[in-house]
Design a protein around this ligand. Structure first.
Ligand code: IFM
Length: 722
């Protein structure tokens, strides 16, 4: 396996937002953007907290960023040397994804001579509250140097400021800032301590939003001065409160424990690809990001659509987790997958409330779910580039497929882990409530004997308020089917749970209703050309090309969908929709039908969402065409490796990391190319590797057992590990 590092060797101010994502660090409790230590809020540094939200006035509710303990810059002769303002002579930035260590090295020519600043830092994978940083200064002159390092409470926010109060403190060598959020009074505390082993005059400077140590020393030419910093971040709503006394933490131990924790994670999660270094690197880089955001030590938390890279999409959880990410976790750390599902179990009341709000029964999960299942999505979720006014969109009220995604994830998890116990611990009730929601959406026309679902938005968000979207209807059917099947299972294996739920739901009657719903729901079939119409009337829309639609844009940032979008009256779709459905239910369709639909829809797909490429790639694998799948797989795996993803929806910034795309790349590699299936609780692989791949090697957890899978051409060796 090649070295796993991303690196740049020059500085570019334009790439500040991208590099923040590209070099991201994290441990599931928080994400640390890959920004430079000297950045203040305009350059988007952030320590993004998992599962903590706040709302300011009537702005969008979003996740909260902690006071930033990395804030550090250096001055020579009272002049500050900090990027991007002070032009540098050299710069490099690197992320070692093997051990989660971020490095930078920058040189400036100062009035006194050459100044070199280097730093190493990590979000501890062993202690979820901790960050470690080493900051080093070297000069080629003798002279007065000052390092300013501390905590910046003036944090980057999109819809902030979230801290209505900042308590800036210094006590017994520890400095700290505690921010209190306005909406719920949640406190987020950042404390830090430094260690230096050179003579310096150290003082503390406090202001309303910052606390800095000023370390003044006389630098000797060629000597390196090192400041080691330990920071602890905690909040008043932590599942596992931080009990460490920061003064007793050894920097070196913190670092080596984190490295060890990463080694353990990589042991189960690394994927080796023989014959394709580029793909191997991109895939493992994706896996790195999935590892940085896994809620390993949190209870009932899930993963936001932009991971822990900031407040984009309000730090909210979408269907992305259940459809694109959970597969990776259930096979590498099933407890994480369990936690993700626990989040949906725990937030069922929010989903019930939302269903009621729309006059429905059961559970309608939030499109953009925050803590407690609170719906973060607004009715006006895109800002029009022309009028600068919020546009009415229907993500919130009509993307019914989100509840079915939750049920689909329960099914995948149970198949992968054999953990049926989850059904008795809230799982079955969740599934029943989701099925209840779909039942209340069913319509029957007087002249048809099937159930329809009208007025929805499918995964292709550009066409709003359509009828009988095939993805939505098939997923609803799956939800009914699973409700019936799992009710039967619970009756047989968890009698106590069955009796309790039966009192509440009358399970015999309900199962019958779900059975009828599953049998009678209308799921469009392929037409005479073998193509499935995405929704009623889709084939009548203008049949044109993605480029033609793009050429109609009056502004690059214009939103393609909604009432007046350039795509809305055409067959151009944003992302996989019918193709996603076919990938989910491949057993029900012939290869010929899958191929025909791929060929029809792919040229009509903008791939305007990072969720799209992996679905097309997966379906290509399922049709036996790994070489067509390959570039789409690579696109998915490189979502955060390369610049170029969509950064705007109308005037709303949507940049950040793309964990769904990363999870999707893993799914394609393991389920597509390696052809993994779980039969009777055991993995089997029917590989179809891209032509230039010689083999693959990876580990998987299936039904509690660890397997090492080695593929060489068409030969497969699956070994159970002790
Ligand atoms: O969930 C997705 C959606 O399908 C397309 N827009 C972005 C969302 C978050 O990733």
């Amino acid at each position: 396996m090649n070295e796993l590092k991303v690196r740049v060797n020059e500085y570019s101010k334009d790439k500040i937002p991208f590099h923040g994502n590209h070099f991201l660090n994290g441990n599931g409790y928080f994400g640390v953007r890959g920004t430079l230590e000297e950045y203040s809020k305009e350059y988007m540094p952030c320590i993004n907290m998992a599962g903590i939200y706040d709302q300011v006035e009537d702005k969008w509710r979003e996740s909260v960023n902690a006071p930033n303990p990395l804030y550090t810059y250096v001055s020579v002769d009272n002049k500050k040397y900090a990027l991007p303002e002070a032009e540098c002579v050299s710069h490099s930035q690197e992320l070692d994804i093997d051990c989660g260590i971020h490095k930078r090295e920058t040189e400036w020519d100062t009035v006194c001579g050459r100044l070199k600043v280097s730093s190493k830092r990590f979000a501890s994978m062993a202690n979820q509250h901790a960050i470690g940083m080493e900051y080093q200064v070297t000069t080629d002159f003798n002279g007065a140097v000052e390092i300013s390092t501390g905590i910046d409470g003036d944090v980057w926010d999109i819809n902030g400021p979230h801290f209505v109060k900042l308590d800036v403190c210094e006590s017994d060598h520890v400095i700290s800032i505690t921010g209190t959020t306005g909406e719920k009074g949640i406190t987020v505390t950042t404390q830090e301590i430094i260690r230096i082993d050179f003579d310096a005059d150290v003082s503390v400077e406090k202001s309303e939003k910052r606390i800095l140590r000023k370390i003044k020393f006389h630098a000797q030419k060629g000597f390196t001065y090192t400041v080691k910093k330990i920071a602890l971040i905690s909040s008043s709503v932590d599942d596992h409160p931080c009990r460490d006394d920061i003064r007793t933490i050894s920097y070196d131990e913190l670092k080596s424990e984190s490295i060890k924790a990463w080694e353990k994670i990589w042991d189960i999660s690394k994927v080796e690809i023989d014959g394709d270094d580029e793909a191997e690197f991109a895939l493992n880089y994706s896996i790195y990001h999935l590892n940085c955001i896994a809620p390993r030590k949190l209870k009932g938390k899930s993963i936001p659509a932009r991971g822990l890279s900031g407040q984009v999409y309000k730090g909210a959880v979408f269907w992305d987790t259940e459809m694109f990410m959970i597969d990776y976790y259930m096979h590498t750390d099933p407890a994480v997958a369990r936690t993700l599902l626990q989040y949906r179990i725990d937030t069922i009341d929010g989903a019930r409330r939302k269903a009621k709000e729309y006059g429905l029964n059961g559970a309608y999960y939030a499109w953009e779910s925050q803590e407690g299942g609170f719906e973060g999505c607004s009715d006006y979720n895109v800002v029009d580039v022309f009028t600068k006014r919020p546009m009415r969109t229907h993500f919130r009220d009509k993307q019914y497929h989100v509840s079915a995604a939750v049920v689909y994830a329960f099914m995948k998890y149970i198949n992968a882990t054999g953990d049926y116990g989850i059904l008795a611990e809230g799982g079955l009730e969740t599934i029943i409530e989701c099925a209840g929601m779909y039942r209340s959406l069913l319509l029957k026309k007087a002249d048809r004997d099937c159930f329809e679902i009208h007025d929805v938005v499918g995964p292709d968000e550009y066409h709003e308020r359509v009828n009988n979207n095939v993805y939505t209807n098939r997923m609803a059917k799956h939800c009914f089917e699973k409700a019936v099947e799992y009710t039967g299972y619970v009756k047989e294996h968890f009698a106590e749970c069955y009796t309790e739920l039966d009192k509440k739901y009358d399970l015999v009657k309900l199962s019958k209703l779900f059975q009828i719903s599953a049998e009678q729901i209308y799921v469009k079939e392929p037409d005479e050309n073998g193509v499935i119409e995405q929704f009623d009337g889709y084939f009548k829309l203008e049949d044109t090309s993605v480029d033609a639609v793009r050429s109609r844009l009056l502004d690059d940032r214009e939103y393609w969908g909604g009432a007046y979008g350039v795509a809305s009256q055409t067959q151009i779709i944003k992302q996989a929709d019918v193709v996603a459905m076919l990938s989910m239910f491949k057993e029900e369709y012939t290869t010929d039908i899958m191929r025909k639909n791929w060929l029809y829809y792919e040229p009509r797909t903008e791939h305007g969402s990072s969720l799209s490429a992996c679905m097309y790639s997966l379906l290509s694998c399922y049709t036996g065409d790994a070489d067509t799948a390959y570039p789409l797989f690579l696109k998915s795996a490189k979502a955060d490796l390369l610049l170029g993803g969509k950064e705007w929806a109308g005037l709303v910034y949507i940049g950040g990391t793309h964990p769904a795309s990363e999870g999707g790349a893993w799914i394609v590699a393991v389920k597509g190319f390696a052809g993994l299936e779980i039969i009777d609780g055991k993995p089997i692989c029917k590989p179809q590797l891209p032509n230039h791949w010689k083999g693959m090697k990876f580990k998987l957890i299936v039904h509690g057992k660890v397997y090492c899978i080695q593929i060489k051409g068409n030969d497969v060796k699956i070994e159970e590990q002790n």
